[in-house]
Design a protein. Structure first.
Length: 133
């Protein structure tokens, strides 16, 4: 059997590897857990404040964007530590750049959340004009 043949067994195995990566990130990466709690909060707020379909798309994309950046950062840090276990300025530089990607994705998600949720929260606590008259 050649390597070019499709194998359901191999596809299922690749999912197992991916789930294992998520378990490792959950167990070993504090920031992954922080991002997961923020994602859960955004999802709960989305249901409570009844966001639109397009707003859900932005929320889901933002959550995925942050997690992808966090996982790539974690993978890169692990690889860098394996290649160069001792402190090295060039490895630090690579790690800092990868961490910056996570930070920018988190800030982007925060801004998207603010754009979606702040007006809804304000309107929830502000009486409408029609109720005044």
């Amino acid at each position: 059997m050649s390597d070019n043949n499709f194998s359901i067994k191999d596809r299922l195995r690749s999912f197992r590897y991916a789930w294992n990566g998520l378990k490792i990130a959950w167990k070993e990466e504090h920031n992954f857990r922080v991002h997961l709690m923020a994602a859960c909060l955004a999802i709960v707020c989305g249901f409570l404040l009844t966001v639109s379909h397009y707003e859900w798309l932005a929320i889901i994309f933002s959550i995925g964007f942050v997690f992808v950046c966090e996982l790539l950062n974690t993978a890169l840090e692990n690889l860098a530590d394996f290649v160069c276990p001792e402190r090295h300025p060039r490895i630090k530089r690579v790690k800092d750049i990868a961490a910056a990607a996570v930070m920018l994705s988190s800030i982007t998600a925060l801004l998207i959340g603010a754009i979606i949720f702040i007006p809804k929260i304000i309107s929830y606590f502000t009486p409408s004009v029609s109720h005044i008259f």
